[in-house]
Design a binder for this molecule. Structure first.
Ligand code: C5P
Length: 243
């Protein structure tokens, strides 16, 4: 699989197993990962994860773990035993929770990449204040990113607008996974902080998460190929800028 393809993650935000496996069949070999989130995981359970893995595809299990260190470490081991390749957890669980997760992953033969979610992009400044966060949201995101980096996590999930700043601050120490991707002309739907695939790659994203612009396209395979093409161009431009 070429480099750009392996960096494209398709979010399987679909009603159930049949629709999810249909999407996997159509897109197998054309994208790098399939993201299984809370809704479909709660409905279909680990059976769906195993089915996608047995199909030879890579899985990003987006469960956003947040609990005491011992419980999160156990959940990381369970996910690792399933064989998933990426797993999310909340940086706001604190340094000890993140370190317990890191150690649990390190004890596995093929550990998942652990990705920290900083501030949920749905939270407004009013809401973060109401839950007791004194920092402005941007400063809070920076603080949480620092904790995740210090705890030795693989990377972060960050909106396209945060990528360049995080890349400047952390260099290549953290992988950055970016949702909110909309090809030129596509509807933003409920996303507010969006960027085109090429823009997100140029800003420094390592992986892009795309859901509806691929799944709801008349030809999802062709939509994925188009995005991959834009990622390839941006990766080439990025490499030139670096050299
Ligand atoms: O359909 P769309 O491309 O908007 O899907 C984006 C995916 O990325 C969804 O699964 C969504 O839950 C996820 N996501 C996001 N914003 C975040 C974190 C995750 O859109 N901050």
């Amino acid at each position: 699989m070429n480099d750009a393809r392996s960096r494209l993650i398709v979010a399987l935000d679909l009603p159930g197993r049949a629709e999810a496996m249909d999407a996997v069949e159509r897109l197998a070999g054309r994208v790098g990962y399939f993201k299984i989130g809370l809704e479909i995981f709660v409905r279909e359970g680990p059976g769906l994860v195993l089915e996608v893995l047995q199909r030879g595809e890579r899985v990003f299990l987006d469960l956003k773990l947040h609990d005491i260190p011992n419980t999160v470490a156990g959940a990381v081991r369970s996910a690792g035993r399933l064989g998933v390749h990426m797993l999310t957890l909340h940086a706001s669980g604190g340094r000890r929770m993140l370190e317990a997760a890191r150690d649990a992953a390190a004890s596995m033969p093929s550990p998942p990449m652990l990705l920290a979610v900083t501030a949920l992009t749905s939270l407004s400044e009013d809401e973060t204040r109401s839950i007791g966060v004194a920092d402005a949201v941007e400063a809070w995101v920076g603080r949480l990113a620092g904790i995740a980096c210090g705890a030795g996590l693989t990377g972060l999930v960050a909106s396209p607008l945060e990528v360049a700043g995080l890349r400047r601050q952390y260099g290549d120490k953290l992988k950055i996974v970016t949702p909110g991707i909309r090809p030129a002309g596509a509807e933003a739907q409920d996303q507010t902080r969006t960027a085109e695939p090429g823009q997100a790659i140029l800003a420094g994203a390592d992986y892009l998460v795309v859901g509806r612009p691929i799944l709801r396209a008349p030809d999802p395979g062709a939509a994925a190929d188009l995005i991959v093409g834009q990622m390839e161009n941006a990766l080439r431009a990025r490499a030139q800028l670096k050299s």
